[in-house]
Each structure stands twice: as C-alpha cells, then as structure tokens.
Design a protein. Structure first.
Length: 1085
C-alpha cells in the first residue's frame, strides 16, 4: 500500500547529540522537560494479505495409457488356475481412474519414456475431470547405422582384463618376486586384490541401486555422494585418463624401442625423438579407431586380448619346457628347481633405482598392476544392462587376473635365479668344477654387478617364454589396449560431466554424434592433451599422481556405500546384496593408505585438488537433485539434532529469537523480511508465512511455497516459507502460531507489519488484526510490530518476480515443451494476493496476462546453464516500467549500510529484556556498524532520577551491552500539550460514539465515552511519549520501543491502534516489541 504522507526527515550527522566531559563507557544525560514540536507525516502500511487469485487452468489427470491395465486380467477357476478375460481388461478403466504399477511411472520426468500417473486431486475430487495433454519436444537425432550395446563379456570382462593385465605383468612381476620373495610377493598380490575386490563389491552395490547411465565412475559417485564429490572426481578422472593415454603410448614406444635396439635399428636418434614420432602416429591411429565407432574398438581390443592371452600361454609353456640353451641358463633361467624355489621364497630387499626397498615400497610399485577395474564401468552408457554387467564382468575379471598373478609368481619364482651374470663361461666353469652346483659362479656377483635374474632383468618373462617376441607382443597389446580404453573412457566421463553443467564452459562437450551418441568433441580434447604429453616423452614423474587420482575414485566409491548405508535412506536398496558398510569403510581407508605408500607428496596433491574442486562446486551450488546419500545424511543429522534439542532444558544464555513473520509472499514485503533476517542472520529460526483461503488447492499451495523459497534463496535469507489455508487472516495466524515448528525448534516471536490503513479498512479486518495480537500474547509469544516511513506492502507497486534471477535452462526447456499448456506450476506461479476484502474473488487469467514482459523473457533466454546467475536489476512496476529510485531505496533499506546515527531503545517496561536484546543484535550487524545505542527509560519519582540513572547504567554494564547514553524520563505523567490532544482526538474521532449507541456487536470496534474517560491517563501517557519521541528520536536511524499490552475486555481495537499510531506516525523505521515476560538476558556466567 502507498503511504499517504511523506517520510520523516533526518538530521545531519553533526546535529547528533554528542557526549561531553569524561569519555566513560556510559554517558548519562538528564531530561527534565519535553519539546513541543509538530507532528510528523502520517504513513499508511497494510497488514499481510491472505487473498490469492486462483487460476482456472487445466488440471493433470495423468497419462491415459498409464491408467490402462494390462490385458492379463482374469479370475480363479474352480481348480485354482487363473483364467484371463480380456473383457475385464477393457472395462477396468471405466470403473476406476487408478493407474496400475508401471516402470514408466518411476522414470525421470525428463525422459521421453516417462508416464504420468493420475494425480491425487484427480483421484480424490469428484469435480476434477479435466485432462492435460503434455506436448514433449523431442530431440531428433539422426541415427546412422545400428546402435551398439555391449553385454558383460565384451563390454566389461574383456576390457577389465585388458586394463588389469598391463605392462606391469611382463616388466615388474618378476622384480616383485625377486625383491619380496614368493611368500611376501603372494601377500602383496593378495593385499592389492583385496583393495580392488572391496572396491568392486562397493561399485556393484552402487551400480545396482538404480539405473546407471553414461559417465561410469563419475556418474556413480555424483549420484551417490552428490555433485561436489562427483564433480571433483569427474574432472580429475578425465584429466588422469587423458594423460594416461600418453603414458601408455610412451610405454609402448619404449618397449618397441628396446626391441628395435636388440636388432641395432633406430628411427631418428634412438631416443626421445623416436618416442615422439611413434607415439604421435599411434595416438592418431587410436583416435581414428575411436571415431570410427565402438564396434571397431571392441574388435580391436578382442584381437589385442588374444595376443595378450597367447603371450601368457607362451610364458607358461616356456617355464615348463625349461631353458633351451646354455645362454638362458647363464642368464638365470634354470627351469623348475626345488632349491631355486626355496631360495626365492623368502624376501631379499635391496637398493634399486635410487630407492632402498622394503615391503611397502614394493607394494607401491606393484599395486598399479591390479588397477583398471573401472574400465567396464566407464562405458556404462554403452552397456545393455549396466547394473548386471558391471558387477559380473568386473568381479570375474578380478578373479581371473588374481589367479593368473598368483600362478605366474609361483612359476617364475620356481625356475629363475635372483641374480645371474649372464656369462656362459661362468656356467661352464661351474659345471666343470662343481657338477652338483654348476650355478655357483653364475650367481656370484662380487666381481661385478649382475645384469640378469629376477632382481636385475625386467625382461625375465621374455627369457623364460617359449618364444620371446610373443612377450613383446603381449607388452604391446597391454599398453595399446590400456591406451584405447583410456581414450574411449575419458571423453565419456567428460560428456556426462558436461551434461550436468557442474563447471562453466564445458557444455560444448556434452553433444554426442551418431546412433551411439559418441563424444567426438571429447575425443579431440583428449587427443590434444595426450599429444602435448607425448611430446614430453618422459612421464615417469606423473605416473604416481595418476595412480593416486584413480585411487581417490576407488576410495570415494567405497565411501559412498558406507555413507549410504549409515544414512539408512529408504532409497538405498541395491540389488547386489553381498556388501557391508564397514568393509566398504575399510576399503576407503586401504585406498588412502595405498595412496600414501605410493607417494606421500602426490597423495597430498591429490587431496588438495579434490578439496579445491569440491569447494568450487559447492560454491557454485549447482541446480541438481540426485537424491544423494549426502542429502539423506543431512536429513538424518537434522532429525537427530532436533530430537536432541528437545531433550535439552532451555537456558536464558542460549535464548535466540525464533521468528515467524506474517509476511505474505516475501516479495510483497521485502523490508519486513530483510529486517527479520538481520535479527536471526541464519543463526536462528525464521519462518515467513502466508495465509490463503482454505479452499485453495494443494497444488497452488505447493507452487506458492516453491515461489517463496525461491525468493528467500535468491536474497540469501536463510529461513523457511510456510503457506496455510484458513477462512481469514486471524484463523490462519492462530493456526500458524499453534502448529508451525517442531519440538524446541518453533517460533517464540511473532512479527507483523503495522496496519497503517486501519482507519479506512473494513472493521472486520481491523478486529482480526487486533485479535492476532491478543492470540500471540495468549500463546505466550513475544510480539513485534514493525513500521517503515514509506510502508511495507509492495505487492501493488512492483512485480516481485522481477527480484528473482532468471530461470535456469532446465526450467526454460520444460516451459518451451509445455508452451501450449498451462501447467500446474505455471498456473500457481501467477497466484497473488490483493487484500482481505477481496478474498472471494478468483481470477482465471493465466500467468501471461499478469507478466507480459518481453524484457524478462529476453533476459532469461541469455542464461544457459543450471547455475542460476545472480543479477541486480531495477524492479518493474505492474505496468512494466522501472520503479522510482526512492522505492528501490525503500526496498533495499535493510540491505545497505546505514549512516552514522543512533538506535534509540525506549525500554519503557521490563518485558524480560527482549526490548533491549533485539536492538543490541541489530547493533552487531555490519549495516548498523556506525550506529550507537541510546537507552531511554521511565522514572516514577523525579527525586530519585540520579539513582535510577545509575541503576540502569549498572544493569546495562552487567548485561555487557555498551551504549552511548542512558536517559531516564522523569515526567512521563505530565499532562500532554494541547496540540498532542488535538492530534489524538483527530485520530479517533471517526470511532467515538456515545454510550447509548454501544451494542454487543460493535463494542469492540467503537470507542465509547466510558472507555475514553477510563483510559484518559493511559492516553495522556502515550501522547507524552509522542512528544518525547519527536524531541529525541525523530532523527534517529532506528527506534525500538516496548509495545503496550492491550488488556482483554478493557480496550477496543480503535483505541489501541490509535495509541500505536501516536507512537509511530512520521517516525524513522520503528519496531514495537513485547517479550513474553520471561528473561532473555542474564548477567550470570
């Protein structure tokens, strides 16, 4: 409502009273008389409305198909067999509107396969017959060729085998046995596989708890632990796999270079340039293979797997055949021998490549040989049934590779020496001198370093094989298959990450091409990253960092299962039952331990990266709702906290104002909401409430609730919004005061705007407003009545939606799809309240009739992304024009820093200290940092003025509340000036009636002569307060005064409102507050 007066003027800062004399903590000034200034302007502010305009838009009745039953409907025959009757199927929908259970009802609402079941309104209400035909705008993807989907064998099992059987199998397994011995080597293999097995079990639980889409590990972690962890892992995983492509290719080039050198062949310089050339050519070929399609990738990997298996068979046969010549014996390959097995069974850790090795260092070297368990999961979007294929294929791959590693450790440890000179002469010499132990000289390394044997020769498996070149082929197959898997997997993770829009500027990579939605753009990015890394040609330094990146993903997979299990969310129902929360927690800890064993400094770097990305995504607050265990845990923690709070006894030191505001929609009264937010500032309960007619449908209430929460979130008001249906404002307020909150977490203070048009409004409305004050006091709630010089109600001045940031892309697309239909949310979006006198008027105009603002649509269309950008725009009035600057200033009054001035506290009566506590809280806020407290109080005896001043100053000192002045008013009972009496009589003249005209029906709404005379002294006291306020506080920044209590049956609504009008008219921002007479301040520790 508009004000019918002008705002009061403020004095300049130099006109403010200043203290003199001793600059002590408290300055006491005496006040002996009152100044007779004229009255300020009259300001009109309305109370919160309860009216809405209902939209007669169409209602959803669900998808007709969703209500059509299956034709398999029948009856039991006499022999208890089921006989189907198609006629029953045809007639079922005619007698019920219920929908039978269907999978499509539970699909994502954005899915083209989603089916809508009948709403509760459609089933419950007799007059709910209208149906809504949803028009969905489907993206037309040109399908070229057939869609390729893989099963568990070729999609998961084969790819995991190729990644786990890496170059470590051929180049490092023999070294591990040489260092740790067969016994501890087997222990290292077992411990490594324990980590991957536990992780796979956890991954199986996660991927069977619902449908898994593209994105693999990123998708699982983000949907389980939320976008923060998912976003961090997704970006790290993409980068790690991109660099891993280069690492594997460089490994292939180094193996090829070693093979060429054995034949004395070089390409350019036999060094890094050869690696660069061959590496780039290999990378280009792999990129072409990936772009051609997953079908060809699978075929290529099948060939590589065959080569890899053949090389292992070659090794096993070679160990059984034994050494083929004396040269192999001299290099340490002696065939199966019990003495060799015994010697190699125990550990013999040595200094190697700059490190003095022990069990843990050897474990750190070997562990990367068992990673690669997520190779199948990374292609989750290309699997026919990811929930079944990922557990089955990955677990079987771990079993096969675990058994193969165990077998190869026994085999190579039982037939190969730890050290050998490689000299045939040494062997022949030993054969001649000691036939029983011909290897005595071959193993003697005292005269020079031994170059062969398990400890020294990384090509020990090639030595023991039947045909050495096939082992090289296995190395090539292992490196190339890993490179292909990384290049194919990384873009898919990036594509899923881009679709979720957790980071800016990556949406470009969300587009897919072809029938399989291949991430070609991601392929190019990974190619460029790998190309740059290949040119370095030395990647050993970052290999531990990559391993830690992968281990972080494993740790979070395990932690997600533990977190989801302890949160006990009903939505955590994995089909894979063979998991345990505490085992998953153990897996998490094991992954972290292994990270530090591999490299403590890379582990620290990894943690820093994860935490940084986590905080960044948290700061951006992505607009996603994935039902993560983090959300479930948040609910559990909140519930436990509320229950614990309920068992705690209240203490005055822990008092916090918990406020319920009769605000209507928050956008209607921004100053009132911002002021209340200053009092709680996210540290206490704040509830904005809105009363609507009781016949309002639930869908409209839900839409209003969503609208209110959106406003609060945009304006950074940490509070709640509640809508209640009631027959009128009084009934709604009573209902809110009784029912809002839970346990100890419920309001203890009611805050309302001042009803500035009380003299003109309907008498019933005034009485209801007055009764709400009585109701709050009856409920033992504190009550505050707030008044602004320019008014509080802007519902008829501005479009509150203009204060909300543009809608996000997802909402924009949904509106576009439904542009010909007024959806439920759209119809409720335009619901607005006018005044209580219009409660029966229902508007049927759609939202477009209310907000026909092209500039809104144009501005919203510029923002593409789930992150809603914050914008500051000039609010528009109802005609679409910018509102004047003075209105904007009033709207944002409590969002801007206040000028130097005073917060005047008129602590008239002891209400428990709330009148003093609230202004103290305001003084601690940054916007009131330049304002000092001044405390005014009353004195019943002028002779004791000094003593009363000192007592009050001492009390404030004990409360540890610093103030500029303590001022005691000694002559409050002095007769008011004539001008004040004339002003008061003018306020109430329309309500004065003789006693003989008072009836039971109107006595609460008129001021009789008897009442006027009975309350003459009290009225005089308020007139004196008016004079004192004009003298001392007319130029203050803010005023807080104790609210007079209306005694039941002793005062009418007009008389009480006249007192409030006297106290607040023409004054600065003003809060009348009354505590519930219980102490909220204490000076005890």
């Amino acid at each position: 409502m508009e004000s019918n007066g002008k705002p009061g003027t403020r004095g300049k800062s130099e006109d403010l009273p200043t203290s003199t004399g001793d600059s002590s903590r408290f300055h006491v000034a005496k006040v002996n008389n009152a100044n007779e200034n004229g009255s300020g302007p009259d300001t009109r502010i309305t109370i919160p409305n309860i009216e809405i305009d209902k939209c007669e838009g169409p209602n959803e009745n669900g998808d007709k198909n969703s209500s059509t039953p299956s034709p398999n409907i029948g009856r039991l025959s006499e022999n208890n067999t089921y006989v189907y009757d198609p006629k029953l199927a045809k007639n079922l929908y005619e007698i019920t509107r219920e929908a039978l259970p269907r999978l499509e009802h539970y699909k994502d609402s954005n899915s083209v396969h989603h089916a809508q079941r009948p709403s509760l309104d459609a089933l419950h209400n007799d007059d709910f017959y209208e149906k809504v035909q949803k028009e969905k705008e489907e993206e037309n993807i040109e399908l070229q060729g057939k869609i390729i989907k893989f099963g568990w064998l070729d999609g998961v099992f084969m790819r995991c085998l190729l990644n786990i059987w890496g170059v470590m199998l051929f180049l490092r397994l023999s070294w591990v046995v040489g260092q740790a011995g067969i016994g501890e080597g087997i222990l290292i293999i077992c411990l490594s596989n324990v980590v991957t097995l536990v992780t796979t079990i956890s991954m199986s639980a996660v991927c069977t708890n619902g449908q898994i889409k593209g994105g693999g590990v990123y998708y699982m972690i983000s949907r389980s632990l939320g976008p923060q962890f998912g976003g961090a892992i997704g970006l790290m995983f993409t980068l790690a796999n991109s660099v891993a492509v280069a690492m594997y290719i460089v490994g292939f080039c180094e193996s090829l270079q070693t093979l060429l050198k054995s034949f004395d062949l070089i390409i350019i310089d036999g060094d890094t340039n050869d690696i660069r050339l061959v590496g780039v050519i290999t990378l280009v070929l792999i990129l072409v293979l990936a772009i051609v399609g997953m079908d060809w990738v699978t075929r290529t990997q099948m060939v590589l797997l065959i080569v890899l298996v053949c090389s292992q068979i070659d090794f096993m046969i070679g160990t059984l055949v034994g050494p083929k010549n004396e040269e192999e014996i001299a290099r340490g390959f002696v065939g199966y021998n019990s003495e060799v097995f015994t010697d190699n069974f125990f550990s013999q850790y040595r200094y190697y490549e700059g490190t003095e090795h022990d069990f843990f260092s050897v474990f750190a070297v070997f562990f990367p040989a068992v990673t690669g368990i997520v190779a199948g999961a990374n292609l989750s979007g290309d699997l026919k049934d990811p929930s079944s294929a990922i557990p089955k294929g990955t677990l079987l791959a771990i079993l096969v590779t675990f058994l193969s590693y165990l077998t190869y450790a026994f085999m190579i440890g039982g037939c190969t020496l730890r050290d050998a000179t490689g000299s045939v002469d040494d062997y022949l010499k030993g054969l001649q001198l000691n036939a029983s132990n011909p290897m005595v000289f071959v193993t003697n390394c005292t005269e020079g370093a031994c170059e062969y044997g398990l400890q020294n020769d990384s090509q020990a498996m090639e030595l023991t094989s039947l045909w050495g070149p096939l082992i090289y082929g296995g190395c090539f197959a292992a490196t190339l298959s890993s490179a292909i898997a990384s290049l194919v997997g990384a873009p898919r993770v990036l594509q899923a990450l881009a679709k979720d829009k957790l980071y800016p500027f990556i949406g470009f990579f969300s587009k897919g091409y072809g029938a399989n939605n291949d991430p070609v753009r991601g392929y190019v990015l990974v190619f460029l990253t790998s190309f740059a890394c290949i040119l370095i040609a030395q990647l050993n330094a970052i290999a531990p960092l990559l391993s830690n990146f992968f281990l972080t993903a494993y740790a979070l997979i395990n932690f997600s299962v533990f977190h989801a299990s302890i949160s006990k969310s009903p939505g955590w129902r994995p089909a894979f039952r063979y998991y345990n929360a505490w085992v998953s927690l153990l897996g998490t800890l094991l992954c972290i331990v292994v990270m530090f064993l591999i490299s403590w400094w890379t582990a620290l770097i990894t943690f820093v990266v994860v935490i940084t990305l986590y905080l960044y995504v948290s700061y951006r607050k992505p607009d996603v709702n994935w039902g993560s265990s983090t959300q479930a845990q948040c609910y559990s923690m909140a519930l436990r906290s509320v229950i614990d709070l309920n068992d705690m006894e209240e203490h005055v030191k822990n008092y916090r104002p918990q406020i319920i505001i009769m605000s209507g929609l928050p956008g209607w009264r921004p100053p009132l909401v911002h002021f209340a937010n200053l009092l709680v500032k996210g540290l206490s309960l704040l509830i904005c409430s809105h009363v609507v007619p009781e016949e309002t449908q639930q869908r409209e209430i839900d839409a209003l609730t969503k609208r209110g929460h959106r406003w609060l979130a945009h304006h950074k008001v940490k509070g709640f919004f509640n809508v209640v249906g009631a027959k009128d404002f009084e009934a709604g307020a009573r209902s809110l005061m009784q029912s809002v909150g839970i346990g100890k977490l419920k309001p203890n203070m009611l805050l309302m705007g001042y009803k500035s048009e009380w003299k003109k409004c309907d008498q019933e409305d005034l009485l209801k407003y007055f009764n709400v004050i009585h109701a709050a006091l009856d409920k033992h709630l504190a009550i505050g009545i707030f008044r602004m010089p320019t008014g509080l109600d802007y519902s008829k001045k501005i479009q509150d939606d203009d204060l909300i940031a543009p809608e996000n892309e997802r909402e924009r697309k949904r509106r576009k799809r439904n542009k010909k239909v007024l959806s439920r949310n759209d119809s409720a979006d335009q619901l607005s309240s006018d005044s209580e006198t219009e409660t029966k008027k229902i508007s049927s105009s759609p939202v477009g009739e209310t907000l026909k603002k092209k500039n809104q649509t144009a501005l919203r269309s510029r923002f593409k992304g789930n992150i809603v950008p914050r914008v500051e725009r000039t609010p528009l009035d109802l005609e679409g024009n910018p509102v004047p600057q003075d209105v904007v200033d009033s709207l944002m009054h409590f969002k801007r820093k206040q000028a130097t001035g005073y917060i005047d506290v008129w602590w008239l009566y002891d209400d428990g200290g709330l009148t003093l506590l609230l202004p103290y809280i305001l003084s601690t806020r940054s916007i009131f940092a330049e304002c000092k407290l001044r405390v005014f109080s009353l004195c019943s005896n002028a002779d004791e003025l000094d003593q009363e001043q000192r007592k009050l100053a001492a009390l404030l000192s004990k409360f540890r509340i610093s103030c500029k002045d303590v001022i005691v008013i000694p002559d409050i009972m002095k007769k008011a000036q004539v001008s004040s009496k004339i002003e008061f009589d003018a306020i109430i003249q329309d309500f004065r009636v003789p006693d003989n005209q008072v009836t039971e029906e109107n006595k609460a709404m008129v001021i009789s002569d008897s009442e006027y005379n009975a309350l003459k002294e009290k009225s005089n006291r308020h007139m004196r307060l008016r004079e004192l306020l004009k003298e001392h506080s007319s130029d203050s920044t803010f005023i807080v005064m104790t609210l007079p209590v209306p005694r039941k049956g002793s005062i009418s609504a007009p008389m009480y409102m006249a007192w409030l009008e006297l106290l607040t008219k023409g004054m600065p921002p003003y809060l009348l507050v009354r505590g519930n007479q219980k102490s909220v301040l204490t000076f005890y520790s």
